[in-house]
Design a binder for this molecule. Structure first.
Ligand SMILES: *Cc1c(COP(=O)(O)O)cnc(C)c1O
Length: 396
């Protein structure tokens, strides 16, 4: 037993050491969100530019009240898998509203985007099938793809010719192309029109993960696919970002839904999201549809951020995008942590994002501009960035 203990201890110690050595050590802080943009930590207040609550719905009063009313009506939990007695009328209503909104035959609720992505890969993609995913795709999808029996290939980020070559040379029995609508770490849009055409030309289904596009772009916030006017066979939307809650849905055909209901283990063997949460999500959806003003405000804030960074000459490291996600790519892990710490000392909270979340050598500050930030808050962020770069070797 002592030997076993030693093996475990040295495994843990060595794994921890190697993360620390790479300046890649991860910890969590227990904070309190005071509003969608304010964090309280150890009695200090910080402006947060790290949350994904783009429209501020996580603190929306109507959504809060809907959730409370949902609890009063349906209780706290769903009590079982949807295949037993966990699936209620309000889950059904939410699925119907989502499919109507996005123009699909069906929607299928999941407890998280992570589960939804894994579920698609594990239940649909078999031996001799091929998966083609953008290099910058989310870990939930790539992890499942690596573990699946299917052949897994990645194409260069948003590069149609790279996708074309892979589809031409590695076509399997069933083929699935995967991309995000708006990429979570760079904030750029995928060339959805071209990717969809390329997929169709090779008889592949297209799956779009629109976790960072849904609610934020397109008519009534219908997301990236609406912007590019495409209708992928499988669409994943998440509720942890613009919806301000958590959970996810897969939009698809009736046949696909019936297949997933019978073969997806994460649906069959996992407790359904609470019905009260579905009530809250229905209210979030109602807010999103009529929130053109918030989407406009988000856009204005993003433009303001870009203009400020240009004017303050800290734009040389930033990789501007059209979305709220504005990365400042520092490269080195240590430097990136220093910058994050500097901002922290100025009561600004921006998390450093390091490998393996992003490619090696592209450590970055992932700044998220939301509709609820004020111009003053954005100014404070940009001036602090400028102060840091003025004091450091990045000085131009
Ligand atoms: C957040 C995110 C997910 C995971 O969704 P969760 O609901 O948080 O599990 C999947 N894909 C992308 C692109 C994401 O940003």
């Amino acid at each position: 037993m002592k030997r076993v203990k030693n093996i475990w201890e040295s495994f843990l110690i060595n794994s921890i050491k190697s993360r620390k050595k790479e300046n890649n050590w991860r910890t969590r802080n227990s904070i309190q969100m005071k509003s969608s943009t304010k964090i309280i930590f150890k009695n200090q207040e910080y402006i947060s530019f790290s949350g994904n609550d783009y429209l501020g719905l996580s603190f929306n009063e109507d959504v809060k009240n809907a959730w409370k009313a949902g609890i009063n009506q349906y209780g706290n939990g769903s009590s079982s898998s949807g295949h037993i007695v966990g699936y209620s009328e309000v889950h059904r209503t939410l699925e119907e509203k989502l499919s109507q909104w996005l123009g699909y035959q069906e929607a299928l609720l999941f407890s998280s985007g992570y589960m939804a992505n894994q579920s698609i890969v594990f239940s649909l993609m078999k031996k001799r099938d091929s998966i083609f995913a953008d290099k910058m795709s989310h870990a939930s999808f790539t992890e499942a793809s690596m573990l699946s029996q299917a052949n897994f290939k990645r194409f260069a980020h948003n590069c149609i010719s790279s996708l074309h070559l892979l589809l031409k040379n590695h076509s399997g029995k069933k083929n699935l192309v995967f991309t995000e609508g708006v990429f979570s770490m760079d904030g750029d849009f995928a060339s959805l029109k071209l990717i969809h055409e390329e997929s169709k030309n090779h008889n592949a289904y297209l799956m779009v993960d629109d976790a960072h596009g849904i609610g934020l772009f397109g008519e009534e916030g219908r997301g990236s696919c609406n912007v590019f006017q495409i209708h992928p066979e499988i669409l994943m939307i998440g509720f942890g970002k613009s919806f301000g809650i958590c959970g996810a849905a897969i939009l698809c055909s009736s046949k696909m839904k019936n297949y997933l209901l019978n073969y997806s283990r994460s649906l069959i063997y996992s407790t359904m999201m609470p019905p009260s949460q579905a009530v809250a999500l229905l209210e979030s959806l109602r807010q999103i549809k009529r929130s053109n003003n918030l989407r406009k405000k988000l856009k204005i804030n993003v433009e303001f951020f870009k203009k400020m960074t240009k004017d303050s000459q800290v734009s040389f490291l930033s990789n501007f995008s059209e979305s709220g996600i504005q990365p400042i790519i520092v490269g080195d892990n240590q430097k990136c942590l220093e910058l994050s710490k500097f901002l922290f000392q100025n009561n600004i909270w921006v998390q450093a994002i390091r490998p393996p979340t992003v490619p090696f050598g592209t450590s970055r500050l992932r700044i998220v501009i939301t509709a609820n930030h004020t111009f003053d808050e954005i100014k404070k962020l940009v001036y602090s960035l400028r102060d840091f770069f003025d004091q450091n070797e990045y000085k131009k």
